[in-house]
Design a protein around this ligand. Structure first.
Ligand code: MOS
Length: 752
């Protein structure tokens, strides 16, 4: 099988492109939420509950209220009405924690907001918040780590709608497993993890009469607007949400949290703009985390390694207040060919803040379990884990009974093996050495969903030769500004430096969430359609403006390329720049609007649309000092066309580094006594950083997937984190002989 190389291209699509917003970020001009200032603006600091289960019996705000500079201490008695919200069509009205803040006196998790201090300075607000005294009737919180599914009906309500707990089934998995010549039955555990974006959650609320503007660090301004409109009983056009720059989110900023209505209610109360920025510690309380999962995987196989049966039964934690679904079984039904399969889930309520999507929600912990099981099966069969996967490669999506739009996983394995040097692997545990270190090599496959959310965009071509492209989507640090600029440039011929991108504002045409790795794939067709409409308007100008060289032509005789209008029969000769035509007509601009419909959630898809990939990981192990390092990673990703190969590699490298954290470092620990997250700081919650990261070699395959959009680009934000923990833990086993099935791998696991 020949490996497809990146196509040589002169287009702005498919090449390394530095961030168009880079200069604004490095010079400090870029406005993050807490960089917006308003005259008279006040600062709000929430008071968090110091119990995780119980009831507030008394709230003493007198001292705080009398502090100089304090404008208000808000609590249940004086916050004013905040309504609940419900989901609407598409991705609107979605919210993990529906309970409006202060709705009752019940405390369900540590850090739940019970009051809010509003003052002239941040320092005063903090001092006032600290001076609020709460008395509780506390009960013992449930933060138990062992998970037993709650007694719930076969169908349960989740944030994303009703879900059957029998998630997927085909054939007769129980009989097939009972009769399989080779079987495996293991349980894999992933811990609570907390998103730690550099920029904490921040919100600033500004009321002008009955109109609310919220500056917010959000991954989805359009959805946030719909939630806020409901919570404050406002027509949608009376709410505007602005998010110009986001210091990352990893999913924690995908759906609104209660700090947003708190800031808005406070601003309503005091009649001034109010800013609320969370402290790092609060980032561990009420703005989401990845639920803990406990996943039992059973595999049945022939002695030759053909899968006969697969059971994936998983349980995850949820908070008392939300119903986030951690979809661990999402990839299980189609990742491999297997005739008999069952996927089920259960949930276990805990006294912790709301769970949420965290980079690669569901599938990342899910693939850790199933890919680990595949590696263990390979070991049991004395078979190469790559060979085992090749042997079980499906021809179609066996769950839906439809073909994949584009699946090149075998080519990923081949390229990854070659680049890593996998054929040199001696499978015997502890058998490989380099420079006095024991080496461990492991691998795993991965996948991630590909789809479109609905998207709209506007394109302007202007008389100074510039172009403006606008959509109410967000750049959460992944490069969306640059992607929109590239798309508009490619379609209009306006050079990148003359393209202005406007996003992160609900007054723009409705754009997609920055979530699910779906934003890029969603905007392509909308931007192209908008550009085409603007170009169409230009053609009409070209044939109708007195003095235009095309005045005797019909619009369909004209072509447009590289920013110039020309007569098609002239083969591009005698082209006239669009700026000339506009100036001649005394027009500042022509504009076009473009739309593209959602494919996400299509009940009757023709193709199964997924991205695929694999990781090959090397660890070094020094048993004398119990030192384990990830020393080398090769990752191959099949995600269709890659619009910006530089930003694309960055995404995969960043995800792999996060995966090192997932495998070896990250976990949030809750105190069994009071339910507080104990390690709630960046000093104590350990994420992988540069010093933990080896060279991460990233390769893409470049098969455009035209089912997704005209460019053929699928998403890449999350897939790099899928599978990597299974590759690393298998490498750990190869080096040490210790099979760790509960993440993260701890040194004490390896000392046994
Ligand atoms: Mo991502 S977890 O879909 O923001």
């Amino acid at each position: 099988m020949a490996t497809q190389q990146a196509p040589p291209t002169v287009s702005i699509i498919g090449r390394d492109t530095v961030r168009v917003d880079g200069p604004r970020k490095v010079t400090g001009v870029a406005q993050f939420t807490s960089d917006f200032h308003f005259p008279g603006m006040l600062y709000a600091v929430p008071v968090g509950a110091t119990i995780a289960n119980g009831r507030i019996t008394k709230l003493d705000t007198a001292t705080a209220e009398q502090m100089p500079g304090v404008h208000a201490i808000l609590h249940r008695g004086n916050i004013g009405q905040i309504f609940r919200s419900i989901p609407g069509p598409g991705f609107s009205g979605i919210c993990e924690e529906r309970r409006p803040p202060f709705e009752d006196d019940v405390v369900r998790y540590y850090g739940q907001y019970i009051a809010l201090a509003v003052a002239e300075t941040f320092e005063t607000a903090k001092a006032a918040a600290d001076a609020v005294r709460a008395t509780y009737a506390a009960e013992k919180p449930n933060v138990e780590l062992h998970l037993v599914a709650d007694d719930e009906p076969d169908e349960v309500m989740t944030t994303f709608g009703p879900r059957k707990r029998l998630d997927n089934q085909r054939g007769d998995p129980d009989a097939a497993f009972a009769n399989a010549p080779v079987t495996l039955d293991h349980t894999y555990v992933t811990p609570f993890e907390t998103h730690n974006p550099l920029e904490p959650h921040a919100t600033t609320a500004v009321w002008e009469g009955q109109t609310l503007t919220l500056y917010e660090s959000s991954q989805g301004v359009v959805n946030l607007r719909s939630v806020l409109a409901q919570m404050f009983g406002l027509p949608i056009e009376h709410v505007r949400v602005i998010t110009k720059f986001v210091g990352s989110g990893f999913g924690s900023k995908l759906w609104p949290w209660t700090l947003c209505p708190l800031a808005a209610a406070a601003a309503r109360q005091v009649g001034k703009p109010v800013r609320l920025v969370l402290a790092r510690k609060m980032m561990f309380h009420a703005v989401g985390h990845r639920p803990r999962t406990q996943q039992r995987v059973r595999l049945g196989a022939t002695r030759e390694g053909k899968l006969i049966s697969l059971h994936h039964d998983y349980i995850y934690t949820r908070s008392v207040l939300e119903a986030h679904h951690e979809d661990c079984g999402e990839a299980t039904p189609f990742q491999y060919s297997v005739p008999n399969l069952r996927v089920t889930f259960g949930r276990a309520k805990r006294n912790i803040g709301g769970g949420a999507d965290m980079r690669g929600p569901g599938r990342v912990p899910g693939l850790y379990a199933t890919e680990s099981a595949m590696n263990e099966l390979a070991h049991q069969l004395n078979m190469d884990p790559v060979k085992l996967r090749i042997l079980n490669e499906p021809k179609i999506d066996e769950s839906l009974g439809i073909p994949f739009s584009s699946r090149h996983l075998l080519e990923c394995f081949q390229l990854g093996s070659e680049k890593f040097g996998w054929s040199n692997r001696n499978p015997a545990v502890g058998s490989m050495q380099r420079d006095g270190l024991t080496l461990g090599w492991g691998m795993a496959g991965c996948s991630w969903v590909a789809a479109r959310f609905s998207a709209a965009a506007n394109v302007q071509l202007r008389d100074d030769g510039t172009c403006r492209v606008a959509s109410a989507t967000q750049d959460i640090g992944t490069g969306t500004y640059t992607i929109l600029a590239q798309l508009a440039s490619a379609r209009t011929g306006v050079p990148l430096e003359k393209v202005e991108v406007e996003l992160g504002d609900t007054s723009l045409p409705e754009g997609p969430l920055s979530g699910g790795s779906i934003a890029t794939g969603s905007v392509v067709n909308a931007v192209f359609a908008a550009a085409d409409e603007a170009i169409g308007a230009l053609m009409t100008i070209a044939v109708s403006t007195p003095g235009s060289p095309f005045v005797h032509r019909k619009p369909d005789e004209l072509g447009f390329e590289d920013g110039k209008v020309f007569v098609k029969n002239d083969n591009g000769a005698n082209g006239v720049a669009f700026s000339d035509l506009l100036r001649r007509a005394n027009l500042r601009m022509v504009t076009g609007n473009g739309q593209s419909a959602a494919t996400f959630g299509d009940p009757k898809p023709k193709f199964s649309t997924q991205s695929f990939g694999c990781h090959f990981a090397e660890v070094t192990w020094q048993p004398e000092i119990a030192r384990l390092r990830v020393s080398r990673v090769v990752t191959v990703i099949d995600a269709g066309e890659i619009i910006n190969t530089l930003a694309g590699r960055n995404q995969i490298q960043g995800a792999v580094v996060m995966g090192i954290g997932m495998a070896l470092l990250e976990r949030t620990e809750y105190d069994p006594q009071n339910g507080a997250p104990i390690n709630s700081s960046l000093a104590d919650y350990i994420v992988a950083v540069n010093a933990d990261a080896p060279a991460v070699e990233v390769h893409f395959l470049y098969y455009p997937d035209k089912e997704i959009n005209q460019v053929g680009a699928r998403g890449i934000g999350e897939i790099g984190l899928a599978g990597i923990a299974a590759a690393i833990t298998d490498a750990v086993h190869h080096a040490t002989g210790v099979r760790v099935r509960e993440l993260p791998v701890k040194i004490e696991d390896l000392l046994a």
